[in-house]
Write a protein that binds this ligand. Structure first.
Ligand code: BGC
Length: 309
């Protein structure tokens, strides 16, 4: 555990509970994955969850009971392994692109979740919305304040994670209002330079990012330090813990470069007292190879040092 740091070292169980159907993206949660993650030295597991696909579109916005139970199971598996689970709301483009029409549903789901999870230990953290975009700063700040108030009705001290617009971009922290609350953390995602981390990624549609882009710490390290300085300075001034909730490199980059970038971001985050969660565990950015059932040693060591070997 990183001393005094809220969430410590984490990893994202991405492409499971936010997939159109769990397993469809090639990854299903298993209890042993939680145990393995703990055994190599992680403290936290972030669980991306796509609530919008499992919630009725009309009031009272019922969430599918079987899906809720699956999320309960995942939270219990994390806690049982000694990990801190972060449960988020992953992907809600209809909300981002039309907040007025979806706000009631969004708040109703958070009310349900906050009530349901209120008896759980403080290690369980809630993240209001992954990578908000398209909304104005005024709409997003107002929505954050409302959603936090909804959570606080049933849970006074739950850790709640909030991030800036533009896909949790550090550059948008300046227009984020952090509510005054003792149990709020700020999150940012870090994938700079995109030309390197997302080379060959088919979902980055507005730009063509060719494969073959290299990265090394001598040339790239100073920019990482500058960017994380900005985030940590922002968080320090507001007195909120900083959580780098996603960072990672897509599998099309060279493994040596992926490991060098990952180690650099991880070390710079820790130097500034920030918690972090690598994206991701078991799919296309994966530190773990689910097909061969083994860690990708260069990535695991970049994240944890060699003690997990
Ligand atoms: C998305 C993933 C994507 C990752 C890196 C995450 O927020 O949910 O689909 O692979 O970011 O781009």
């Amino acid at each position: 555990m990183l001393e005094g740091v809220a969430l410590g070292r984490g990893i994202n169980f991405g492409n499971a509970l936010e997939a159109a159907a769990e397993g469809e993206a090639g990854f299903r949660l298993e209890r042993r994955y939680f145990e393995m993650v703990k055994a190599v030295g992680f403290d936290t597991v972030r669980l991306p969850v796509r609530w919008s696909l499992h919630t009725a579109s009309e009031p009272p916005y019922e969430i599918e009971p079987a899906f809720l139970e699956r999320v309960d199971w995942a939270i219990a598996a994390a806690l049982g392994a000694g990990l801190k689970p972060v449960v988020n709301w992953h992907f809600y483009p209809e909300l981002c692109e039309g907040v007025a029409g979806h706000q009631r549903r969004f708040l109703a789901v958070w009310q349900t979740l906050a009530e349901r999870f209120a008896p759980l230990p403080a290690d369980v953290h809630l993240e209001l919305l992954n990578e908000p975009y398209s909304m104005t700063p005024e709409s997003w700040n107002a929505l954050v304040a409302r959603a936090l108030a909804v959570v606080r009705q049933s849970d006074a001290a739950r850790g709640v994670i909030i991030g800036p617009l533009d896909w949790n971009n550090i550059g948008s922290l300046d227009v984020l209002d952090i509510p005054s609350d003792d149990h709020v953390l700020v999150t940012v995602h870090y994938y700079e330079p995109m030309e390197f981390t997302h080379q060959g990624a088919h979902w980055v549609s507005d730009r063509d990012l060719p494969e073959g882009t290299r990265w090394d710490v001598e040339h790239g390290g100073p920019a990482v330090a500058r960017d994380l300085d900005k985030a940590s300075e922002w968080a320090r001034r507001r007195g909120v813990p900083l959580f780098i909730g996603e960072f990672g490199v897509y599998e099309k980059a060279q493994m040596g470069d992926r490991a060098a970038w990952t180690e650099c971001v991880r070390a710079e985050a820790e130097r500034r007292g920030a918690s972090w969660a690598y994206w991701d565990f078991g799919t296309d950015f994966g530190a773990y190879d689910c097909r061969s059932d083994s860690w990708r040693a260069p990535l695991r060591d970049a994240l944890l040092g060699t003690q997990g070997a």
